[in-house]
Structure formats: structure tokens, C-alpha cells
Design a binder for this molecule. Structure first.
Ligand code: ADP
Ligand code: ADP
Length: 227
């Protein structure tokens, strides 16, 4: 279970006068796929980073399943994140790239191997586990980056523009897979993009962001197919 609740969440970066996130109020249901859509600089990444614990929250409260999370350490949040600029370790195999976080957590080797193989299978990269990132296509590399996140089995998955470095054809292809992956792993997901089409195809509900504020919240149907 992972319901997320944001109450008056805001962020003003040090030495800045204008808040990057002004006042977010939002309830996200368990297993929901939420897409934050808005122009570049509107505060989407900042919100994700606050939820992940990578950025301090200036004000407001953030809950997971009614537990106040503001001061919980990132590693204790049960949240996995996929970044836009996925940096894979070039000297490590695909297997080791996906396994890296689990090894840090001192999970037994056999379990790591099983979980890596399961994640790789979901992502269709199970035949590439021995390769190095340099020997993969861009789409395969992005799958490895997603593998690193989903192998953690976190209740919450955050994705920050995960497709923006891919060409148009791959974007469409991986987009379709993301929906399948979400159904399969069932994590409560927040996905950030500036691409409205991506938002419409992926989202259970879309949150439209502008200038650090939530403008509208609704299903793709409600927001874009109004008569
Ligand atoms: P988005 O993800 O929608 O592109 P961001 O959350 O990255 O937007 O940025 C929102 C605003 O906060 C932008 O005006 C950006 O310049 C500013 N910002 C982001 N990170 C920092 C930072 N570390 N210090 C100061 N300002 C920042
Ligand atoms: P260590 O983790 O100490 O290096 P292991 O015996 O766990 O040693 O594994 C050696 C290496 O074999 C791992 O680092 C990993 O790169 C690789 N490996 C283990 N299991 C698999 C697997 N199922 N598929 C591909 N590579 C694997």
C-alpha cells in the first residue's frame, strides 16, 4: 500500500525570492499512475526530488499512508526513482548496474540474482545481462536504468522525464511498455514530463503544473476530451 498526500508543499531554493513550488495539495491513491505535466522550469522535478528526499521541503507536509515523511531519510522512504540523465556505470555489466543498489543493501546474492533476472525479464533485457552499457542501444540503456529502479520493489516509483533522451520511435515503444510494467509491479507512480501526449497515454490522472502551481487535476478524459 502506498497512498501519497501532499499538503501545502512548497519550496524556495536558497538565495531565491520566488518559490519554485508554491503550494501543492494532492492526494494520490495506492497504485495510481500520476503524470505531472508542465513546461520546463515549472517545478516538476523539484516536487519529485522533495518526495524522494533529495531536496529539503521548505514548508508543508508530505505523507505516505498517513505517516509524515518530511524528515524521513531517503533510504527509509521505500521510493525508487528513474532520472532523465540515467548514468549507468560504464565499467559494470548490465547485471551489476541493476544489482548495484541491492548489493549496497547487503541483500543475499541468490536473491539479488533472482530479482535482477526478474526485473530484466519484465524489461526485455534478460539476454544482455553480461554486456557493458557501451554495447547497448539507447533504448536498452534506458531499460537498464528502469531496471535499477524496479529491482528495488519499492512501493513508490518516481520517473523524471525518463524518455526525453530517446528518439521519437523509441519513445512510443517504451511508453507502451511503461504501462505494462506499471500494471505488473503495481507501484504508486509519479511520472514527470513536458509532453502532453505522454501524459495522456500513461496517466490515470494528470496534474497540470505551471509556474510552481497545480493548475488542474483530472483523468486524461476529463482534461482533454471535454465536449
Ligand atoms: P521542471 O522540472 O518543471 O523543469 P524544476 O523543478 O527543475 O522544473 O525547476 C523549477 C524552478 O526552480 C526553475 O525556475 C529552476 O530554475 C529552479 N531551480 C531548480 N533547481 C534549483 C536549485 N538547485 N537552485 C535554485 N533554483 C533551482
Ligand atoms: P561478486 O558479486 O562478489 O562479484 P558473484 O558470485 O555474486 O560475485 O557474481 C560474480 C558476477 O557474476 C557478478 O558480479 C555478476 O556480474 C555476474 N552474475 C551473477 N549472476 C548473474 C546472472 N544471472 N547473469 C549475469 N551475470 C551474473
Amino acid at each position: 500500500m502506498a497512498e501519497i498526500r501532499l499538503e501545502h508543499i512548497n519550496k524556495t531554493y536558497p538565495h531565491m525570492t520566488i518559490p519554485s513550488v508554491a503550494d501543492y495539495n494532492l492526494q494520490i491513491r495506492d497504485k495510481e499512475f500520476i503524470v505531472f505535466v508542465g513546461p520546463s522550469g515549472s517545478g516538476k522535478s523539484t516536487v519529485l526530488r522533495m518526495i524522494a528526499g533529495l531536496e529539503e521541503i521548505s514548508g508543508g507536509e508530505f505523507f505516505i499512508d498517513n505517516k509524515l515523511m518530511n524528515d524521513v531519510a531517503p533510504k527509509d522512504r521505500d521510493i525508487a526513482m528513474v532520472f532523465q540523465n540515467y548514468a549507468l556505470y560504464p565499467h559494470m555489466s548490465v547485471f551489476d548496474n541493476i544489482a548495484f543498489g541491492l548489493k549496497l543493501r547487503k541483500i543475499p546474492k541468490l536473491e539479488i540474482s533472482q530479482r535482477v533476472q526478474e526485473a530484466a525479464k519484465i524489461l526485455g533485457i534478460e539476454d544482455y545481462l553480461d554486456r557493458k552499457p557501451a554495447d547497448l542501444s539507447g533504448g536498452q540503456r534506458q531499460r537498464v536504468a528502469m531496471g535499477r529502479a524496479i529491482v528495488r520493489d519499492a512501493k513508490i516509483l518516481l520517473m523524471d522525464e525518463p524518455l526525453s533522451n530517446l528518439d521519437a520511435k523509441l519513445r512510443v515503444e517504451i511508453r507502451a511498455e511503461i504501462t505494462k510494467i506499471h500494471k505488473r509491479i503495481g507501484a504508486t507512480t509519479i511520472y514527470v514530463t513536458h509532453d502532453q501526449t505522454e501524459a495522456m497515454t500513461l496517466a490515470d490522472r494528470i496534474v497540470i503544473i505551471d509556474h510552481g502551481d497545480i493548475q488542474q487535476v483530472g483523468t486524461p478524459q476529463e482534461l482533454y476530451n471535454k465536449p
